[in-house]
Design a binder for this molecule. Sequence first.
Ligand code: DP6
Length: 360
Amino acid sequence: MTESDFIPSGDYQVLPAGSVSYQSPSNIALVKYWGKYGEQLPQNPSISFTLSNCHTTTTLSYKKNSNSSGEIPFEIYLDGEAAPDFKPKIAKFFERIAIYMPFVKEYEYKIETSNSFPHSSGIASSASGMSALALCLMEMERGMEVAMTDTFFNEKASFLARLGSGSACRSIEGPLVVWGKHAEIEGSTNFYGTSYEGEIHEKFHNYQDTILLVDKGEKQVSSTVGHDLMHGHAFAKARFTQAHENLSSLMQVFKQGDVDQFIKIVESEALTLHAMMMTSHPYFILMKPKTLEIINEIWAYRNETSSKICFTLDAGANVHVLYPENEKESVQKFIASELSKFCQNSHYIDDCVGNGAKKL
Ligand code: DP6
């Protein structure tokens, strides 16, 4: 499927005023998306675990609008309170998707959203938020008696979510989602995320992710700016090649259940992501001293025990601690006793891999 396949050809039925709700999860990348081109297309393929407990719930209420010429009218609420800060990003999203969903201009909307994680946790809500909104809009499209398969529904929801925030396209399905063309993954595309269909050894079933909230503040440099700095970056070409290779290696790892190799790839990906930030122009650092202390503690614990614990990072100071389900008890004890002290207000969130978004 390419862009033109998502532009509808027939007419839509008018929908009476109504509402639809979706719960959509966050995701954590194992091979990172960092660098984009064109309209939200990734410079390299990425793969992520879909999460379970960290999610956004969005209710989209819609009503036919008589004036369909100008900007799309909408209100947005976070936890019941008007959230004007989100307006520019959503307005841009509506603008970008209008060609693929012409009906959006003919309705007015109320978007009510809430996150299962605290707003000021430093956990990005854009992946779960944009995917939830895209799914609600797809439900409207389906309600207009447009015939579509479930596969098309998911692919187009992911395609639209990508136009809101790149990583959001990996938040529709689970437990592992690939986004970006990769030579060895059939059906992989830069346009949307698809659930990874390769063999996954049971060691990777129900993997655990505890998110250590090191810094709950606003990031100094947004992901969008960071992605942009990959243009003309001295190491960009090598990095994009490396992502392809790491994804190839991970496919073997998933098949063979090679957790040691998993650790090497995933930790290297996290550090490479931050190395790209530190070597762009302008350069910047999103890790905090406590991020490094946590990493050192994780390495020490791994050396002292036979644990398969490892870490990854997103574009911020928080640390995602990844570990197999059979170590849940011991690792969670270790986190509570040794790592929670590095978190703001000792705050962390226990999560695990999940199966994707749900209609409510
Ligand atoms: C470091 O998806 O937040 O989390 O497309 O500009 O919205 P935009 O960026 P975003 O970038 C996420 C980058 C990352 C790595 C990843 O999730 O793959």
